[in-house]
Design a protein around this ligand. Structure first.
Ligand SMILES: *Cc1c(COP(=O)(O)O)cnc(C)c1O
Length: 370
């Protein structure tokens, strides 16, 4: 099946050097909070165009820690999207804050100032927006909106490693940005979780550093109620190494996306709008829309292609929100997208002949297929 063994191929190609570098990190004798983590934090901040970065356990923790450090919690409202991984919403509700869902633009699948503006109240503390599928948000508009309403702009960058707006990396526009290095992301850790925060605010990063380490500033001195969410030396050393390939991997993703855009020709299948001028889409996902999505998915499967739905149940309809009935709203664009979207295989280990097979299968799909 196309789309199921990309990790195996990645490891065949890069595994030896990753194991070697992990071994070197361990042989230094410092197994936690050592040189590899410091090096990765430095390199990641540089890549994201921010002054500081902090390695943490995963992307969910990165958002939660940042919210906590900003003092966003009980009863505070955070405007966000429901078309995202549930982790985005979970971070808000885990803090005791209330997610207020803005509807998406159906052509970009992202929220924008127009929909965000409708959600603003006196209790709004922040906008937590997602560069969904790797597509850069309208960062200037959203930043300006947040500034003029004295609320924080927070970027969930878990899907947008390497994306840019006007040549500037995403993740450098908000008060802080949260990153995930879950293995499936554009930059993924090997067989484990990892995450990071980026910011130009040193105090904020240092507060998150303490919070991620049981809330201690100095050893055994706990001034904050923190948690345990640290990046480890093994993953940090491997991430440093993989970061060296990231731009090349993204350009492979972009050429696959360009072929899909040029060669998929089927009136049943709608593509999302192309990247806006002056933006750089990193194509974490290549998503199409089809009114008979489930039939398209089975058709692809019969042609040996594995596709995924991002996301079948939007956050505002997830049962985990149940207790909070005041967040149950109708989001027509989001709900329609959830019913029609399908992510085609796209990965830095995908071969040209496989791209060809996907295109042919898309073009041979007929709505009345079994
Ligand atoms: C993956 C993802 C997360 C969560 O990251 P983890 O490292 O899995 O905790 C958060 N937000 C978005 C948009 C994601 O895609």
């Amino acid at each position: 099946m196309i789309g199921l063994d990309f990790f195996k191929r990645d490891f065949l190609l890069h595994g030896d050097k990753h194991l070697l570098t992990a071994g070197e990190a361990l042989s230094s004798g410092i197994w936690i909070k050592g040189e590899a983590v410091r090096r990765f934090e430095h390199q990641w901040a540089e890549y994201c165009g921010t002054k500081y970065s902090l390695g943490v356990g995963n992307g969910l923790d990165a958002i939660e820690l940042g919210l906590q450090a900003l003092g966003i919690g009980d009863g505070d409202e955070v405007i966000t999207t429901a078309m995202t991984a549930f982790a985005t919403t979970l971070a808000i509700i885990n803090r005791g804050a209330i997610p207020i869902f803005a509807d998406i633009d159906p052509e970009t699948c992202c929220i924008n100032v127009e929909s965000i503006g409708k959600c603003l109240t006196k209790r709004t503390k922040a906008v937590l927006a997602v560069h969904l599928y790797g597509r850069p948000l309208e960062v200037d508009d959203i930043s300006a909106f947040c500034r003029s309403n004295s609320i924080e702009f927070i970027e969930d960058c878990a899907q947008s490693h390497g994306s840019k707006s006007q040549g500037v990396p995403v993740g450098s526009f908000g008060t802080f940005s949260a990153w995930s290095f879950y293995p499936t992301k554009n930059l993924g850790a090997l067989g484990g979780d990892a995450g990071a925060l980026c910011s130009n605010n040193k105090e904020l990063i240092e507060k998150c550093r303490a919070l991620s380490n049981y809330g201690q500033d100095r050893q055994y001195e706990h001034n904050l109620r923190g948690r345990n969410s640290r990046l480890d030396e093994i993953h940090a050393s491997i991430l440093c190494q993989r970061l060296g390939n990231l731009n090349e991997w993204i350009s492979t993703r972009r050429s696959i996306a360009a072929r899909y855009r040029n060669e998929i020709r089927n009136t049943q299948i709608t593509l999302l709008r192309d990247e806006e001028p002056n933006t750089f889409h990193s194509y974490h996902q290549f998503v199409v829309k089809c009114p008979r999505r489930d039939k398209l998915k089975s058709h692809l499967e019969r042609n040996g292609i594995f596709s995924v739905i991002h996301y079948p149940i939007p956050c505002h309809q997830q049962k985990a929100l149940g207790i909070n009935s005041d967040v149950l709203v109708r989001l027509p664009n989001t709900e329609r997208h959830a019913a029609e979207c399908l992510s085609l295989p796209i990965h830095h280990m995908m071969r040209e002949d496989e791209v060809e097979i996907v295109i042919r299968a898309c073009n041979s799909f007929e709505a009345n297929d079994l």
